[in-house]
Design a protein around this ligand. Structure first.
Ligand code: SF4
Length: 314
C-alpha cells in the first residue's frame, strides 16, 4: 500500500476514538488485578471511564442466564458485567491477559476474553495485550494510548499517574490487613476483592471474632518454583512462607470449575498440614447458599479455637 494511503488509514483508525468517548470497564477479572489503573488512565486522557456496578444478586442471576454453564463463577460474572455495559458506552475495554508477573502465565481463560467478548456481543471492544513477562504494565498503557491516538508524552504521564494510584490502593490493602492478621484468606483477586463473593464470608469471620488477612497480591518478587500461574504462584509462596505463630488458620475461597485451583488446592493443603496450620477450602458458585457457608465457618472457627485452647493447657 502506498505510504500516503497507509497514513490516511492510520489517521482514520485513531480518529475513531474521540477523547470524550465513553469506555466501559467490566468490574471483573482484570479490574481487580489492577485496581484503579484503568479508570485513572482513561480519565487522565479525557475519556470517560464507566465501570459496571458492584456485583449484586441480580448480576449473579444475569450471569447464570447468559453465560456458559461450564464456566467458573468469575468468568460468568465477567459476562454479566460486560452485558451491563452494552449500549451504555462507545466501546468496552477487554485486555488480553497473558501474564501479570514476570516468569508466569495467567489463567488461559483470560487470554481469549476479547475474542469471546466480540463474538458473543458484537460490540466494539478495545483491547491490548498484558504480558508482564515481556513488558511492564506502564508500557502496555502507553501502547494503549497510541492506539487511542493520544500523544506519547501525554500517554506516558497518564500511565505513570495511573500506576501510582494503583500502588496507593494496594498499599492501603496491606496497611488495613496486616494490623489485624489472624486467619490468612487465599483466593484470586477477583474473588477476594469482589465484595459480593467474599464480603459475607469475611464479615461472618469478623462476627465470629476472627481477624482476617486476605492475600494482597502486592508482592511481585515471587521465588522460582514449579508453579507457573501468576496468582497461584503468589498464593503458593504465601503458604510456603507462613509462620504458624502468626496465623491460626488458612481459608481458601475458590470458584467451582476453577482449573488452576483444582490442581493447586491439594498443594496448599499439604504445605499447611506440614506446618500444622488448619486449612479449609470454600468453593463458591452462583448459588452461594450463605446458611451452609456460615455453618462451615462456625464449625471451622470452633475447631481452631478448641485446638488453640488445648495447646495452651499443655
Ligand atoms: S483461575 Fe480459575 S477462577 Fe480464575 S478465571 Fe481461571 S478458571 Fe476461573
Amino acid at each position: 500500500m502506498p505510504m500516503f494511503k497507509r497514513r490516511k488509514k492510520m489517521r482514520k483508525s485513531c480518529s475513531e476514538y474521540r477523547s470524550s468517548s465513553r469506555i466501559g470497564i467490566p468490574r471483573a477479572l482484570y479490574y481487580f488485578y489492577y485496581p484503579e489503573l484503568w479508570e485513572s488512565f482513561f480519565g487522565s486522557l479525557g475519556f470517560v471511564p464507566v465501570v459496571s456496578g458492584e456485583t449484586t444478586k441480580e448480576t449473579v442471576v444475569r450471569a447464570s442466564r447468559i453465560s456458559e454453564a461450564e464456566h467458573c463463577l468469575p468468568m460468568k460474572l465477567f459476562d454479566a458485567h460486560f452485558a451491563e455495559l452494552v449500549g451504555r458506552v462507545d466501546m468496552i475495554f477487554v485486555p488480553r491477559t497473558f501474564s501479570t508477573m514476570g516468569g508466569h502465565l495467567s489463567c488461559p481463560k483470560l487470554s481469549v476474553l476479547p475474542d469471546v467478548a466480540v463474538l458473543e456481543n458484537g460490540v466494539k471492544v478495545l483491547t491490548i495485550d498484558i504480558d508482564e513477562r515481556e513488558q511492564a504494565i506502564e508500557k502496555s498503557l502507553v501502547l494503549l494510548g497510541k492506539m487511542l491516538g493520544v500523544d506519547k508524552k501525554l500517554a506516558r504521564s497518564a500511565a505513570f499517574q495511573a500506576k501510582e494510584k494503583m500502588l496507593e490502593v494496594l498499599a492501603r490493602r496491606i496497611m488495613v490487613r496486616t494490623i489485624r492478621a489472624r486467619f490468612l484468606i487465599l483466593g484470586h483477586p477477583y474473588i477476594l476483592y469482589d465484595d459480593f463473593i467474599s464480603g459475607q464470608i469475611l464479615r461472618k469471620l469478623g462476627k465470629l471474632g476472627v481477624y482476617v488477612e486476605p492475600i494482597t497480591f502486592c508482592d511481585q518478587s515471587v521465588s522460582e518454583s514449579f508453579v507457573k500461574w501468576d496468582t497461584s504462584s503468589k498464593m503458593y509462596e504465601k503458604v510456603r512462607l507462613l509462620d504458624s505463630d502468626e496465623y491460626s488458620a488458612v481459608i481458601q475461597i475458590s470458584a467451582f470449575n476453577c482449573g488452576c485451583d483444582s490442581i493447586m488446592t491439594e498443594m496448599f493443603r499439604r504445605v499447611a498440614r506440614e506446618k500444622e496450620i488448619p486449612y479449609m477450602i470454600l468453593v463458591i458458585d452462583e448459588h452461594m447458599a450463605q446458611a451452609g457457608i456460615d455453618t462451615r465457618l462456625e464449625a471451622f472457627v470452633d475447631s481452631v479455637r478448641w485446638r488453640h485452647d488445648a495447646d495452651s493447657r499443655t
